[in-house]
Design a protein around this ligand. Structure first.
Ligand code: AOF
Ligand code: ZN
Length: 388
């Protein structure tokens, strides 16, 4: 199942708003040893490539693009292309096979027709059109179904999809780069660059996998960021600025690069008539102006997230600065953190950390996050944390 999870991850950025799913068809009589304990510990290891050569593996598949065939169909095709028969095989799937006619026919039917003997499921599909219906259909056809194997990584795979379904908001990734001692700038405000080339390349890769990238007005003023993925990735993110009640000056890279990716300025209600000239410049350039009607930053953040869900934003990155990230923290609106740690020390009681605002008073108030991944990036690293 962990191997199927690794396969599924190859679909991140390609399948949303669908969930990422991986499937492996195996011949249990050849399973013998576990699929490479050693292999999973090595970051350089190409898992799909190695799996292909395992004697138990009949076929591999993952959901590769929105609207395209599901993981199970790819695995069955792969199995037949390799000259194997799926009859009697075990299908290991990170998500319950679907039972509905969506953009493709039901995967449960495909598995039944192929004659698989057993299906091992990581997570139940919370989509109301499925919701254990796939499991039932397989069992009714006499297939042995095991549910909940390695469920934590399988639930992690579909967490953005689940949040979209249940909360009708995008998955929020807070991103920052800090020194080993947790500073995002020196006490004088100098911050470029805390991380090196490899870490910054990774930031661009992550940008190319999401639907929206948000920054605050202070960052727009100070850093003049472009907020594009360079080189471009599979998704083109809408670039958003949380402006407060003033239009930003129009001399920003965001405006001069508006042909590369759409721009939205997010303002709050009392700004309607402010800054006429800047407003005109941004509008003329084609920027979308979004005016929030709620009061207070927490309500405004949730209003924005709901609006972005309606615009089909599944995953988004909040890039800072500290004030905006502090507001997202205070609003309990951070699902995941990409903390880049640059191999540098900054020091100084007045040098800022990543989250501004008030912060919490005592440790018992601190929300818990767990470490999902650690990527080494030359002298730096990316730590991925998730709530819960
Ligand atoms: C599976 N295997 O690989 C995936 C599943 O719009 P459609 O037809 O592509 O269906 C999307 C829904 O199917 C999605 O919301 C989720 O419930 C399920 N995704 N199911 O059996 C897969 N990607
Ligand atoms: Zn399916």
């Amino acid at each position: 199942m962990r191997a199927a999870v690794a396969l599924a991850k190859q679909g991140i950025g390609l399948v949303e708003p669908n969930p990422t799913v991986g499937c492996i068809l195996v011949d249990e009589s050849h399973l013998g040893q576990a699929l490479g304990d050693v292999e999973f510990r090595s970051a350089k290891f190409d898992l799909p490539e190695a799996l292909s050569h395992h004697p138990a593996v009949l076929g591999l598949g993952f959901h590769q693009r929105f609207g395209g065939p599901h993981a199970e169909v790819h695995a069955l095709d792969d199995c037949r292309e390799r000259g194997h028969a799926p009859e009697g095989a075990t299908a290991i799937v990170t998500l319950e096979p679907c039972c509905h006619f969506g953009k493709t026919p039901p995967c449960a039917n495909a598995l039944i027709q192929a004659g698989v003997a057993r299906v091992v499921v990581g997570a139940v599909d919370p989509n109301p059109q499925v919701d254990s219906g796939g499991i039932k259909r397989l069992r009714d056809a006499g297939i042995d179904v095991v549910v909940g194997v390695a469920s934590e990584p399988c639930q992690d795979l579909i967490a953005p999809f689940v949040k979209g379904l249940q909360r009708r908001q995008p998955w929020v990734i807070a991103k920052w780069a800090m020194s080993i001692d947790g500073k995002i700038a020196t006490r004088t405000g100098s911050s470029q660059w805390i991380t090196g080339d490899l870490a910054r390349q990774d930031v661009h890769r992550q940008r190319g996998l999401v639907d929206a990238i948000l920054c605050g007005a202070g960052t727009l003023r100070k850093d003049d960021p472009e907020l594009t993925a360079r080189p471009p990735g599979p998704r083109k993110a809408r670039r958003l600025v949380m402006c407060g009640d003033h239009f930003p000056l129009a001399d920003r890279k965001l405006l001069s690069t508006i042909d590369r990716a759409p721009v939205t300025l997010v303002l709050c209600g009392n700004s309607r008539n402010a800054d006429g000239e800047s407003r005109r410049d941004w509008s003329r350039a084609g920027a979308e102006i979004l005016t929030l009607t709620s009061e207070g930053s927490t309500a405004q953040i949730h209003e924005l997230l709901s609006l972005l869900h309606e615009q089909a934003v599944t995953r988004m990155i909040v890039e800072g600065g500290g004030r905006l990230l502090g507001s997202f923290f205070a609003a309990d609106a951070i699902d995941e953190i990409h903390a880049y740690i640059g191999g540098k020390l900054i020091g100084g009681a007045k040098a800022p950390g990543p989250l501004g605002g008030q912060g919490i008073d005592t440790i018992d108030q601190a929300p818990s996050f767990r470490c999902l991944d650690l990527q080494r990036l030359g002298p730096d690293c990316r730590l991925t944390y998730r709530k819960g």
